[in-house]
Write a protein that binds this ligand. Structure first.
Ligand code: NAD
Length: 284
């Protein structure tokens, strides 16, 4: 089935980015959210991002208008009925996602594909709530979606090959590189990245070096574009802690235990850039 229209559920950080990436690749995007203000914010985020591209000279005014015209917003899920692919990018909550996916299955064509952008919930378990689990797959985009080149395609136990092939082809059409991953906590990237960041917090906690020295070490010694503690501030310390807890619970392996300092800082409300303070200060 050719994917001409993608339905996107959730107009937040990820949903609006996915809608923009689809529209920029010539695919119609219908973005749905229960919160009208989120739809407004999502549309503004897209136009703001395109404005920056125009300013940089990488997009002209006509291109900007064409991309914007391909994104439709709606508070009604029923408006996604004609999509050949629906990507769920709503709040990270398993019960909520299972309910939304059931509603999607009831309105789309039986041949349509259904994906979720979840960062941590089992694709196999979400699929088990559906009538046709074969057409369900994980599509894990990275933030900011229009910039980041990777999509992890997560195959649940019952995901069909045709589903994986369809969303991998779509990812390529969006200019991204898909990698196939079996369903497992943290998938590939967070499984490797989050324990590394957590280890950097242990190193800081043990007083082996300062935050600046740890980050300089990984930037200069490993050619990372950003140090692990600065990256943790960007991701959010609460998000890093949540991923470590998922890994720890899923594998029951003590190597994934969250660093006590990470938990302490989350308890103190030092969540990183979004609260103005994490491992570094972000004064306005
Ligand atoms: P967000 O909070 O920015 O947006 C979530 C949106 O979902 C909100 O606008 C909310 O109103 C909407 N929503 C809630 N319930 C809904 C419902 N019943 N129907 C329709 N919309 C509903 O969150 P986000 O950062 O965009 O994350 C969305 C998903 O993407 C999550 O599953 C998250 O784990 C995943 N993800 C996030 C990132 C990231 O860096 N932010 C990266 C990869 C994956």
């Amino acid at each position: 089935m050719t994917i001409r229209t993608v339905g996107i559920i959730g107009a937040g950080t990820m949903g609006s980015g996915i809608a923009q990436a689809c529209a920029a690749a010539g695919i119609d995007a219908v973005m749905q959210d229960i919160d009208e203000r989120a739809l407004e914010r999502g549309s503004k985020a897209i136009s703001g991002s395109l404005d920056r591209l125009v300013k940089k000279g990488s997009l002209d005014e006509a291109g900007r208008a064409t991309i914007l015209a391909r994104v439709r917003t709606t508070p009604r899920l029923a408006d996604l009925a004609s999509a050949q692919l629906v990507i769920e990018a709503a709040t990270e909550n398993e019960a909520l996602k299972a309910r939304i996916l059931g509603e999607v299955e009831a309105i789309v064509d039986p041949g349509a594909f259904i994906a979720t952008n979840t960062s941590s919930i089992s694709i196999t378990r979400l699929a088990a709530t559906l009538k046709l689990p074969e057409r369900f797959v994980g599509m894990h985009f990275f933030n900011p979606v229009p910039v980041m080149a990777l999509v992890e395609i997560i195959r649940g136990l019952r995901t069909a090959d045709v589903t994986v092939e369809a969303v991998a082809a779509l990812s390529r059409q969006l200019g991204k590189t898909p990698i196939g991953v079996k369903n497992s906590a943290g998938f590939v990237v967070n499984r490797i990245l989050c324990p590394m960041i957590n280890e950097a917090v242990f190193v800081l906690q043990e007083g082996l070096a300062t935050a600046e020295e740890i980050d300089a070490g990984m930037k200069l010694g490993c050619n990372h574009p950003i140090g692990p503690l600065a990256l943790c501030d960007l991701i959010g310390l609460d998000v890093e802690l949540a991923v470590m807890e998922v890994l720890h619970d899923s594998f029951a392996d003590p190597k994934y235990r969250p660093a006590p300092l990470l938990r302490e800082m989350v308890d103190a409300g030092r969540l990183g850039r979004k609260t103005g303070r994490g491992f570094y200060r972000y004064d306005k």
